[in-house]
Ligand binder design. Structure first.
Ligand code: FMN
Length: 358
């Protein structure tokens, strides 16, 4: 299952150490101005490098193969490709037959009976680069409607920025994508400490979509919150999702949890901008929880494909905290879901259909 979406639909292909990765985005309306520099900028936000991510060098330079003519989408499928360049497959020779604890090796091998052990193959988060390319196209559609998505890190392990102090303008200037500049150093120290201890660390991504129109989401089984959660949980290492106040809403009463309504809008936003699976016009607020990176440089017990017990000793280059780069992926998935919901919502009323055909 390598495709996602109903009307604005994308498929990704490729493996971590294969020749190339890419995506095909289908259902893109004709006439969207396609800004190739923006697509590359998005790729660069996700790509490895910097002091707080893996030192793997991936240029992630993206090429558009189809669906764009003279700078505009043509309404046909947009295919984009990035070639793998700096893959060090030898780093994985010693894990060829064994299952890395916390990674997908055990389940992929047992399910398929074959696995590309080089970098994890299809289970590697390298696949998320293709989603970011697809997400950039979705963002260009959203931009035409002034819908904006922002994201960043609101917690690393137990160091957490209070909700009222989240500053979504900070993450683009922060090496660790933090949502408050006064937390930058605390987050960096925690990531560095994990790396120095040959370990890894988890984190939480907060997301905000603003200027979202009322009406996005297709109850019952394609509710906006359900599909956003599906999208986020499809990202590697994501382990939980919250919409609005999320799990904290159980600590409230109806009187404090309800968002009272005035003719100028809602008085609060505990719901995260979604009611009954449909956007209510308020900001959509979400959180995505990422576990610590499975690949660590400590010796761990495991078994191999022959069921022999042995020690897993890893080499190679790995992110000490995947939540940081994961925030860009989560943002892309949110854009892809909203683009799909925008197109789906257009046929919800006869009056909309008449606007097109009368
Ligand atoms: C942006 C990003 C980068 C990642 N980089 C690594 C990595 O360098 N090493 C690693 O072991 N896992 C990495 N992961 C996580 C694994 O891909 C993931 O844990 C693995 O596929 C198992 O899936 P699961 O954790 O969802 O069960 C990364 C995840 C993301 C989102």
């Amino acid at each position: 299952m390598n495709s996602f979406g109903q009307r604005f639909k994308f498929t990704t292909f490729g493996e971590s150490h294969g020749k190339a990765l890419g995506c095909v985005v289908d259902g893109v309306p004709a006439g969207i101005k396609i800004d190739e520099v923006f697509i590359q900028d998005e790729m660069n936000r996700r790509k490895p490098g910097g002091k707080y991510a893996t030192s793997r060098k991936e240029s992630d330079s993206i090429e558009i193969l189809s669906g764009v003519f003279e700078g505009y989408s043509t309404g046909t499928s947009i295919c984009m490709i990035l070639f793998n360049e700096n893959q060090k497959s030898r780093d994985y020779d010693n894990v060829k037959d064994l299952f890395r604890p916390g990674h997908a090796d055990f389940t992929y091998y047992n399910k398929y009976g074959i696995r590309d052990y080089r970098g994890g193959g299809r289970s590697s988060a390298r696949e998320t680069s293709a989603r970011v390319a697809a997400g950039a196209i979705a963002k260009m559609l959203l931009k035409e409607l002034d819908i904006k998505i922002q994201s960043g890190i609101c917690a690393i392990k137990d160091i957490s920025i209070p909700n009222e102090q989240l500053d979504f303008s900070n993450s683009t200037n922060s090496e660790v994508y933090s949502l408050n500049s006064s937390y930058d150093d605390k987050f960096k120290d925690a990531i560095n400490k994990a790396r120095e201890e040959h370990d890894s660390i988890g984190g939480i991504v907060a997301l905000k979509a603003s200027n979202v129109p009322i009406g996005l989401g297709e109850p019952i089984y394609y509710k906006l919150d359900a599909i956003l959660s599906n999208a986020m949980m499809s990202i590697n290492a994501s382990k939980a999702v919250e919409i609005g106040d999320g799990i904290n809403s159980v600590l409230e009463n109806g009187s404090s949890n309800n968002d009272e309504i005035t003719k100028d809008g809602f008085k609060s936003n505990h719901s995260g901008g979604i009611l009954g699976g449909i956007s209510n016009g308020d900001d959509i607020n979400m959180k995505v929880y990422f576990k610590p990176t499975p690949s660590i440089f400590k010796s761990q017990d495991t078994i191999d494909i022959h069921d022999d017990e042995l020690k897993c000793e890893l080499k190679g280059r790995h992110d000490p905290c995947v939540a940081t780069r994961g925030s860009v992926v989560a943002e892309s998935m949110m854009a892809l879901v909203l683009a799909d919901m925008l197109l789906l919502n257009m046929s919800s009323k006869m009056s909309n259909i008449k606007k097109v055909y009368n």
